[in-house]
Design a binder for this molecule. Sequence first.
Ligand SMILES: [Zn+2]
Length: 414
Amino acid sequence: MKKKFPMLSRDKATSSVNLEASETQHPSESIKVVDYELLETDPGIRPPISSYHPDIQNEVRKAYLKIGRHQPPHNFVYPWSLKGNQRRRFGKNWLDLYDWIDYSESKDLAFCLPCFLFKNVSKYGGDHFVTKGFSDWKNSQRLANHATSSNSHVDCVHMSYALMNPNQSIKAAFVNQTKQMNSEYRVLVNTSLIATKFLLRCGMPFRGSDESFNSLFKGPFLELVDTLKKINPKIANVIDCALGNNFMTAPTIQKDLAAACACEITQQIVCDIADDVFCVLIDESDDVAGKEQMTAVIRYVNSEGFIKERFLGIVSVKETSAKSLTEALKKLLSINGLSLSSIRGQGYDGASNMRGKFGGLRTLIQNENPSAYYVHCFAHQLQLALVACAKTHKDVSGFFGKVNMLESIISFIF
Ligand SMILES: [Zn+2]
């Protein structure tokens, strides 16, 4: 459908806009407010849009569009011009026929308003309807051709329309599209987040041994996402129509979401401590890859008077020396906004690097905070006692062997 060139009558434009006096006389200088009264409307003598400061070019364009086409008075007599032996003049009905024509009575030339406002002459070439003006009245067919066969004219009309109707401009369409993309992105992230939170709450693994498309069991995370798709058609639609592979289910994204959940929970724990004192329980061991790790648990009394023990985190350490563990603990506390000076108790196993009076972790912390009293971890003491018993009493050894088997079977079932 042909888009009609947007125009307002001059009277309507001037009465509906609050005008302020221009600070300058020359259009090429910086003009902050476009003054309709000072704007030259005669297309034969008006300055090109490019002569205005780039910051106000759109304002000038809007002003011209609101003023509308320049048309001579009804009683204006169009002058005759002699071309060869024939006299020709501008056809009065052309103003009605072509809704884009600007006529200059001072120069007896026709112009195109949208092309004047938006046409990049250096790009498209040809400026008969922009700056030079059209006066070949004999070949009036060129007027019809200009509107129908000129791509640049159509583009200029579209740009005029977009400028006066910002809600339907490309920019607005882009913003709307961005809103839709944001909405779909949120659905994707929320779906993965729901699956992540569920698996974290259950303490279940995320990944499967075969996560290929045709796999019968893709692992808990992907299976849960598939289940959510079946329950909610909107989720299914967004995931199935996601651009590229942007499903938000990649292993790295699963890890990011799990890390974000861990961060949120840790912050909640720190809030629960509420700048009060606490104790630290620390142990170190190798992971399956032989990498040294330090585990930290904090013990505190919350605002309701209940004793809480909360896991703070696992930190990779280069070595399990007391110095390395101390630095790791300081870093972990610092990341979570906790202070070493607030420690009132330390609980470790009996290893020399932990409880050693000379250079052990306990001593290094007490050097900085004498109030951090050390207690040999009762759980470790109990473990040591039970191991000693089991070594000397077959019944005790058998009992714990059966308990171990039962624990394995029950954890396998559930
Ligand atoms: Zn045009």
